[in-house]
Write a protein that binds this ligand. Structure first.
Ligand code: DP6
Length: 367
């Protein structure tokens, strides 16, 4: 239903000739615990995924708009962290063009966009998820500014999530605080392939709203295989069908664990998801490896620490070599010293970042 809904309901009303203004949003990066890997045409995920939004790893975006004097609007400039960025500008131009059917007003507006990320590029955190989420939120606010609206209600975020997905799949999960689910699954009714939804409060034991994420940088060099090629290789992957089945099983276990407060199963599932993601990369055609020696050293250390202390800490990995150490706030006093003395030595230049579950995106006045 939603596939054509937003196009059918696109507002075609003429905008006032003097329409002009600036809209800014900040949006967090998110870390997936159940992984999205593989997609179909139209940014439809091969399987459902689940993530939580981070607190400190945030992208801010400001969009200036003005009615175009030539009558033909478009992106006039795009700056990342204060500098013009041609590569990103091209991607954003294409993205905006693809959104004309949803936001016909874009065809009449000149836009200047500037983004700023709070985390270093070397952290390997996908800034694209936070950036596309922030941009999609700006676009939905722009529409409200031009035509009026209900002021950021549930539909607003759903639409922003839909639009963010068209920029980058994982971005659709960044428009929420807490846990966000994207994709259809037998185990959660609201799961949709078209936008992410937030898990209901009653389905999350409060303990799980205190999750911490220490991002441990095993290697900061640019990765050799992009996520896009990784997704593409899932089309004919020999383990495709078993992966789809496995995700459903992991989703069921995960949802049950966070509802019941079952820390042990939670850790088992997130590590299984992370290693499966990398297993799928290794068994793709051609196969490739993104983990580095430091990644494996840290995995060993984390598992030993867990065994010795009985503390439920676990790791997850994105499509890169860096470890995300996931733990509960109540264990921070014991886990922190382990990070600094047990894990930081395996990080490149000792680099790691302290993050955790955040409060989601927000409208801001400036970068
Ligand atoms: C490994 O969202 O970056 O982080 O849709 O092509 O932009 P595109 O891919 P992207 O893929 C992220 C994959 C992942 C797992 C996840 O975030 O679920």
């Amino acid at each position: 239903m939603y596939t054509t809904f937003y196009q059918d309901h696109a507002i075609k009303t003429k905008i006032p000739d003097d329409a002009e203004g600036k809209i800014c949003w900040k949006s967090p990066a998110n870390i997936a615990l159940i992984k999205y890997w593989g997609k179909e045409t139209g940014q439809i995920p091969m399987n459902a995924s689940l993530s939580f939004s981070l607190k400190k790893s945030v992208v801010k975006a400001c969009m200036r708009y003005k009615v175009s004097i030539t009558g033909e609007g478009g992106l006039q400039s795009f700056k990342v962290n204060g500098e013009e960025n041609e590569t990103f500008a091209r991607r954003i131009k294409d993205y905006l063009l693809s959104l004309y059917p949803y936001f016909p007003c874009l065809g009449r507006l000149d836009l200047e966009i500037e983004t700023h990320s709070t985390f270093p590029h070397s952290a390997g955190i996908a800034s694209s998820a936070a950036a596309f989420s922030a941009l999609a939120l700006c676009l939905c606010s722009l529409e409200e500014a031009l035509y009026g609206g209900k002021n950021q209600d549930e539909d607003f975020f759903r639409k922003a999530s839909y639009m963010a997905r068209l920029g980058s799949g994982s971005a659709c999960r960044s428009v929420y605080d807490g846990f966000a689910l994207w994709g259809e699954t037998r185990h959660y009714q609201t799961g949709s392939n078209l936008f992410a939804t937030r898990l209901f409060e009653q389905d999350v034991n409060p303990l799980f709203n205190t999750l911490q994420d220490a991002i441990l940088v095993a290697d900061s060099s640019a990765k050799k295989v992009s996520s896009s090629s990784g997704h593409a290789m899932m089309k004919n992957h020999p383990f495709r069908e078993s992966r789809i089945e496995q995700v459903e099983l992991n989703m069921q276990k995960f949802l049950n664990a966070i509802k019941e407060g079952d820390e042990k199963t939670f850790v088992e599932v997130i590590e299984n998801e992370a290693l499966t993601l990398h297993g799928l990369m290794m068994t793709s055609d051609p196969g490739y490896l993104l983990m580095k020696p430091g990644t494996l050293e840290m995995i060993e250390k984390i598992r030993n620490f867990r065994e010795e202390t009985g503390i439920n800490v676990g790791f997850t990995l994105d499509a890169g070599p860096n470890i995300h150490l996931i733990y509960f706030e109540k264990d921070a006093k014991k886990v922190r010293p382990f990070i600094t003395s047990g894990l930081a030595p395996y990080c490149q230049n000792g680099l790691w970042m302290d993050d955790g579950m955040g409060t989601g995106p927000g409208k801001i006045n400036n970068l």
